[in-house]
Ligand binder design. Structure first.
Ligand code: 5BU
Length: 276
């Protein structure tokens, strides 16, 4: 049956990529398909939020380049928290250049993303060479790549044949590409008869998730965990401001409460889905 009707545990046993396998195992063990996107600019707030939401998430999503007071201790503490609370790390870098450049951006510079992020992502727009470049660094380290096949923002150009071509690119590199940022499952999309799609299991990570708001003033659009997981078959819900609110008024107790609330919503939608 289609991967989204199987349990995360069943899928973990069959997955060929170590990062994807570890993520699926973590989801099952902690009973969570929640990823929190920690988009704050101070390292103190960044680490405080992660310490609070850690018990409720399978994955922490970062934009490491927005931290103003970044230094190497941010990564050290992030890694300590990932062990303490048992979650994986996803740097939402959205690589978009030629293979040689993205390999350098992934491995080098200030952030050395490949040394600490289990997952990172890339636009499909440069074509298959972006996967060749990133995999030359990430594959030996046991990392996984997520391709952007759809975006959550109003008017996104990631539709139709672009989405199909992105899925085809992923299908030809299943050793390294483990899933999509998308708004729905991509099973069989763009496949031609010669493609064997029965063995493929792409994780679908969905941003644009919120319970109390339909969007923001800059084009973000929100759907509920139930819509995303049950109706659209996505595997991981990505929630940012829905959990930590306005980061200049951090209310730790409320962050904990919201993380538990989204975990509960996402997990019950998943349980309903696999019992169909
Ligand atoms: P929010 O606060 O829940 O709206 O944050 C959403 C996060 O997901 C934010 O870090 C975005 O950069 C990220 N995102 C997104 O919202 N939509 C997309 O299509 C992609 C990433 Br790709």
């Amino acid at each position: 049956s289609s991967p989204h009707l199987q349990t995360y545990e069943q899928r973990a046993k069959k997955h060929g990529n170590p990062a994807a396998r570890k993520l699926l195992e973590t989801m099952e063990r902690k009973k969570t398909n929640l990823s929190v996107s920690v988009d704050v600019t101070k390292k103190k707030d960044f680490l405080a939020i992660i310490d609070v939401v850690g018990p409720f998430v399978c994955l922490i999503k970062t934009h490491i380049d927005i931290i103003e007071d970044f230094d190497q201790t941010v990564i050290e503490h992030l890694q300590e928290l990932s062990v303490k609370h048992d979650f994986l790390i996803f740097e939402d870098r959205k690589f978009a250049d030629i293979g040689n450049t993205v390999a350098l951006q992934y491995s080098s510079g200030v952030y050395k993303i490949s040394s600490w992020a289990h997952l990172t992502n890339a636009h499909a727009v440069p074509g298959p060479s972006i996967i060749t470049g990133l995999s030359s660094i990430g594959l030996p380290l046991g990392r996984g790549l997520i391709l952007l096949s759809e975006m959550s923002s109003k008017g996104a150009l990631t539709t139709g044949s672009y989405t199909e071509d992105a899925v085809r690119m992923a299908r030809s590199r299943r050793d390294f590409v483990v899933g999509f940022i998308a708004q729905k499952r991509m099973d069989g999309i763009g496949a031609i008869e010669a493609d064997d799609v029965t063995e493929e299991d792409f994780l679908v990570l969905a941003p644009g998730v919120g319970l109390d708001s339909k969007g923001d003033a800059m084009g973000q659009q929100y759907r509920t965990p139930r819509e995303v997981v049950l109706e659209s078959g996505c595997d991981v819900i990505i929630v940012g401001r829905g959990i930590y609110g306005k980061s200049d008024q951090l209310d730790v107790e409320n962050v904990r409460k919201q993380a538990e609330r989204y975990r509960q919503e996402g997990w019950s939608a998943y349980l309903e889905r696999v019992s169909l």
